[in-house]
Write a protein that binds this ligand. Structure first.
Ligand SMILES: Cc1cc2nc3c(=O)[nH]c(=O)nc-3n(C[C@H](O)[C@H](O)[C@H](O)COP(=O)(O)OP(=O)(O)OC[C@H]3O[C@@H](n4cnc5c(N)ncnc54)[C@H](O)[C@@H]3O)c2cc1C
Length: 388
């Protein structure tokens, strides 16, 4: 059983009201136009949601991971695109600035980013290196008091609208992970950063995604976030949090699909009765709800472990693997319950079905997660499924 505190319950209700009134009604339009939801994004900043995981000194709320997941889940119920854009801003896009940036960088970039006044993103993936992080080739060379970055990134969330980017680059030529470093790039003040192609997607269309080209970008030395090496470990240190967040947005999306399918099944008549009364449809809904319930438990158990300071690499990987695959299955089943209307653009079911695909690669593919879980096959570990 998940026990949320009264404060967490109230918080969830407040986010749910915001989602019902402001996010859900906008979801269809921004998806159709593949438009970054600029107004909503600023609103989410104004409401303080982008700073949930940061200290109050920087405009944050110092909230725990369970609370953050409630926010992410509710937001994804209204629009997975908005949830994806907000998650990038409130975790990966700002995390390294807070963790490794100087006080001046935090004031200049983190504080406005948490208010939603500046858009931040994280760029690791390259055309020839996705899961295989060791294969990135973007290079950073030290020249006196600055660094020069050259290379290209792709599949960067918010890239077409981003003001600042945390970019992973290699500080020497060898393959491997040891020589990866993180740099904070400012698209306004640094020359040589250009936008490549925006990627037309079938999934999370309003979370705009694109390429970033770096042509001899001069980066001041203080924009190196946390040393010339160790970038892979820095990224790894927030991966579990990213995976738990991805599990939470999977739960949110699947809830929306389940609720829509249940309402439709109660209303739609076939052979003289509501289709929910045909056992085949009732069983579908029962399976959907069971999987949704299991994913919810796994998500909040992993979030609880994070809050309790317990190891969670395995639990986070399992939660993300199960919840994202669950969302793909549940949105598929929901579309089947709608039959022809599951294909109609006037119903949100087709969007849920398309959006679910985004959950598979983000935060590690299902195959990579199985590798992570398989590396940790210590099935006797007593605390694996314990409270937390
Ligand atoms: C909408 C969206 C937004 C994104 N946003 C960002 C972002 O903001 N910043 C960013 O840096 N990246 C981002 N990504 C990129 C994402 O992180 C990568 O796509 C992901 O890491 C997978 O990389 P890839 O697509 O190159 O697949 P590949 O790594 O080429 O994998 C191809 C296939 O091979 C499998 N595979 C690879 N290696 C192994 C292995 N060792 N064992 C078993 N199977 C394996 C994979 O599971 C997959 O099925 C985004 C992606 C999407 C779809």
């Amino acid at each position: 059983m998940i026990r949320f505190t009264p404060e967490q319950e109230r918080f969830r209700q407040a986010v749910a009201r915001f989602v019902d009134v402001e996010v859900a009604p906008a979801a269809e339009g921004i998806d159709e136009r593949a438009e970054f939801p600029a107004k909503l994004f600023r609103r989410i900043g104004e409401l303080g949601y982008l700073g949930l995981r940061y200290p109050e000194a920087y405009g944050g709320a110092d909230a725990d991971m369970v609370t953050y997941c409630l926010f992410a889940e509710e937001l994804a119920r209204g629009s997975l695109s908005v949830a994806a854009a907000a998650a990038m801003q409130s975790l990966m896009g700002t995390h390294f600035i807070y963790k490794y940036g100087s006080e001046a960088l935090r004031q200049k970039y983190l504080v406005p980013a948490l208010r939603g006044e500046l858009i931040a993103t994280f760029a690791l993936t390259e055309p020839n290196a996705g899961s295989d992080v060791a294969g990135i080739t973007t290079r950073a060379e030290r020249r006196g008091d600055h660094w020069v970055l050259r290379g290209g990134k792709t599949w960067v969330t918010n890239a077409p609208v981003a003001d600042v980017l945390t970019v992973a680059a290699k500080t020497s030529g060898e393959r491997g992970m040891q020589n990866i470093a993180l740099f904070l790039l400012d698209r306004v003040t640094m020359r040589g950063i250009t936008l490549g192609r925006s990627i037309e997607k079938m999934s999370v269309r309003a979370s705009v995604t694109g390429e970033i080209l770096l042509a001899d970008v001069e980066v001041p030395a203080e924009h190196l976030l946390g040393g010339e090496t160790g970038g892979a470990e820095k990224i790894g240190s927030i991966l579990s949090e990213i995976r738990v967040m991805t599990a939470a947005i999977s739960v949110g999306l699947a809830r929306a699909a389940y609720q829509a399918a249940l309402a439709y099944a109660r209303e739609r008549q076939a052979f003289g009765k509501p289709i929910v009364e045909h056992q085949a449809i009732g069983f579908k809904l029962a399976d959907m709800l069971t999987q949704l319930h299991a994913a919810t438990l796994m998500t909040y158990q992993a979030a609880g472990r994070l809050d309790a300071g317990l190891p969670l690499a395995r639990e986070a990987a399992m939660a993300k693997l199960f919840a994202s695959e669950m969302a793909v299955r549940v949105t598929d089943e929901a579309a089947r319950i709608f039959a022809s209307y599951g294909l109609a653009m006037e119903y949100p079911i087709q969007r849920y079905f398309r959006d679910a695909r985004f959950l598979l690669p983000g935060g590690g593919t299902s195959e990579i997660l199985r590798v992570v879980i398989g590396h940790d096959l210590d099935w006797d570990r007593g605390d694996a499924f314990g409270a937390g």
